[in-house]
Design a protein around this ligand. Structure first.
Ligand code: FE2
Length: 289
């Protein structure tokens, strides 16, 4: 199986009435001034995936910038344009998709994304469990509204227990977990407290107990990969960074990963990056995990 992994799309849309910004959204709106996530890069990522469709596509959150309905609709349209059927998609929310309480409580992410995933809005819940071609996918949500100037994630105990149960219940040769906030950073320790996954340790323990092989995440906008020993199988944590962040140089940002999984093993990771001169994604390197 070839598994593509994109993340932190931060799709923007017109802001709507000014009173919609009288909350934490005003901070996120400032990033619009920097045009940090150009639509041209998002479109190029869609084109790249369409040109060589993966067997499965994982999207690890922050589809939107301010959790506006117009942003959700645009992000969904971009993902739909990739052309993969629902059973070949795993999509989770990030902290920006629950940026303020209203959209989070109203389940706007689930409302907009469920049709793309072949589900009724009420049927999209976390964890979401899928199995395809000998690979198990367990998608969990660490998305919670947080106070101003914080971006931490939480995965409540019941969801961690359900993650562990889902992993243990399936004897798939290869098991993949999706969560937006990395349980650990590339240096092997947790992130700053104001933006870390507060339940990272519990998630890693569940992954180790349940025999997860690969944990896909985003959030930090800087890609990394590390192995976490301690379980029955080695767990690889892979952060995709941001697929749409404007790159200062080829490979400095705007990358995504394609994993080759065969015989229950992760054999190779191809990193693809947006080339500003060519206006398209190109292969940067192929690595062994
Ligand atoms: Fe992000």
């Amino acid at each position: 199986m070839e598994l593509a992994h994109i993340s932190d799309l931060h799709v923007t849309a017109p802001l709507g009435p000014w009173w919609g910004l009288l909350n934490k959204r005003v901070i996120g709106a400032l990033t619009l001034l920097r045009r940090a996530h150009p639509h041209a890069v998002m479109q190029a990522a869609v084109d790249d995936l369409r040109a060589a469709p993966p067997d499965h596509l994982a999207v690890t959150g922050d589809l939107t910038n301010l959790a506006l309905d117009a942003e959700f609709a645009r992000a969904r349209d971009y993902l739909a344009a990739v052309g993969l059927p629902p059973e070949r998609l795993s999509v989770i929310p990030g902290n920006h998709d629950g940026y303020v309480r209203g959209p989070f409580r109203a389940r706007r992410f689930e409302h907009h994304l469920a049709p793309l995933l072949g589900l009724a809005p009420d049927a999209l819940a976390w964890p979401r469990v899928q199995r395809r071609d000998g690979v198990l996918f367990v998608s969990i949500s660490s998305c919670v509204p947080t106070p101003w100037f914080t971006a931490y994630g939480r995965v409540e105990a019941a969801q961690v227990a359900a993650l562990r149960a889902a992993l243990l219940a399936d004897d798939a040769p290869f098991k993949v977990v999706l969560v937006h906030h990395p349980p650990l950073q590339g240096h092997g320790g947790p992130d700053f407290i104001w933006r870390r996954n507060l339940d990272g340790r519990a998630i890693i323990d569940a992954c180790h107990e349940g025999g997860a092989d690969l944990l896909l995440c985003g959030h930090t906008h800087a890609p990394f990969r590390l192995q976490v020993p301690g379980g029955a199988r080695p767990l690889v944590i892979s952060c995709a960074g941001s697929t749409t962040k404007r790159p200062r140089a080829l490979g400095a940002a705007a990358t995504y990963n394609r994993y080759r999984i065969e015989g229950g093993r992760l054999l190779e990771v191809e990193v693809r990056g947006y080339c500003p001169e060519q206006g398209r994604f190109v292969s940067l390197r192929r690595e062994s995990p």
